[in-house]
Design a protein around this ligand. Structure first.
Ligand code: G3H
Ligand code: 13P
Ligand code: ZN
Length: 307
């Protein structure tokens, strides 16, 4: 059943984090729903602009509606990940999304406020909630690459001001993570000091952590043993998810890890069966492996057994 993101946040705040997983196709949807049911966890499905373009936004909506029928006990919200203003309005007006993210974090503060406020007003008029972003993560998003040196952590005083001015419902904060498989050029750790300060400025307000993949070493090693060439990868320590949740992080975004599972399964399958070309056998393995991954992540997020 599709629920509002606000409902999920209300139940989770301060106790656990809801996993927000990106999907692009039916196989990812099947694995995600299976894993969520196995672990009895609520979750958020995220759709990026790139995912909407990959096949067609209507295809993804149909896949999600079908998955909700196949798994009637699943409790989840549907969220636009890293939207621009135009895409936010499209999702708000579609009637399908529970929440949208307006990402104007690359604009100056006042511009970010103005854009976020316009989107928030339009979304609230339709009962949809809004995630905004302040601060700048390093790494790669669809069409933007931020060098690690230009990334900047969220300023707690600015965060308080930003939320007051915009009326947004949750805030993506930069606390040391970055998108993709190559995080933490220095020490591998979240900036809990910054998070603590943001929480004291915004008590009870849901915070969002982007760039939260853990980039498991064994996954990368298996990919490389099967012909991959991924060097220097590093992710978030997944044992830091729950301590972050206790400090107000209510949504944890994970995309890269799912791509790694897909790549590992397919590289190993076709390495071991070089004469095969039917994609359904590895597709089946991927669904099971992704379900296992999701269930394990939900345990670490504390969202398992919260249905
Ligand atoms: O933050 C970005 C997400 O991982 C989505 O990636 O834009 O390539 O679909 P994408
Ligand atoms: P990862 O690249 O760490 O999976 O982050 C995904 C994300 O933040 C989606 O918005
Ligand atoms: Zn993100």
């Amino acid at each position: 059943m599709i629920v509002t993101t606000a409902q999920l946040f209300k139940h989770a705040y301060g106790k656990y984090a809801v996993g927000a997983y990106n999907i692009n196709n039916a196989e990812q949807a099947m694995g995600l729903f299976k894993g969520a049911i196995q672990s009895q966890a609520p979750f958020i499905i995220q759709i990026s602009k790139g995912a909407r373009k990959y096949t067609d936004k209507r295809m993804l909506e149909a896949v999600i509606r079908a998955a909700a029928e196949i798994f009637p006990d699943a409790i989840f919200a549907v969220h636009l990940d890293h939207g621009d203003e135009e895409t936010c309005y499209d999702c708000i007006n579609s009637g399908f999304y529970s929440s949208v993210m307006i990402d104007a974090s690359h604009d100056p503060f006042d511009e970010n406020v103005a854009i976020t406020k316009r989107v928030t007003d339009a979304a609230h008029a339709k009962g949809i909630s809004v995630e905004a972003e302040l601060g700048m993560l390093g790494g790669v998003e669809e069409d933007i690459k931020v060098e690690e040196g230009n990334a900047c952590l969220t300023d707690p005083a600015e965060a308080e001001k930003f939320v007051k001015l915009t009326g947004c419902d949750s805030l993506a904060c930069a606390i040391g993570t970055s998108h993709g498989a190559f995080k933490f050029k220095g020490k591998q750790s979240l900036h809990f000091d910054v998070l603590q300060k943001i929480k004291s400025r915004l008590p009870g307000f849901p915070l969002v952590m982007h760039g939260s993949s853990s980039v498991p070493k064994d996954e990368v090693d298996r990919i490389n043993a099967a012909g991959g060439q991924i060097a220097g990868s590093m992710g978030v320590d997944p044992n830091e998810y729950l301590p972050a949740a206790k400090l107000g992080v209510t949504k944890v975004n994970i995309d890269t890890d799912g791509r790694l599972v897909w790549t590992r399964v397919h590289r190993e399958f076709f390495r071991d069966k070089p004469g095969d070309f039917d994609f359904r056998p590895p597709g089946k393995i991927f669904i099971e492996e992704y379900a296992k991954f999701i269930a394990g992540r939900n345990v670490l997020l504390g969202s398992a057994n919260q249905l």
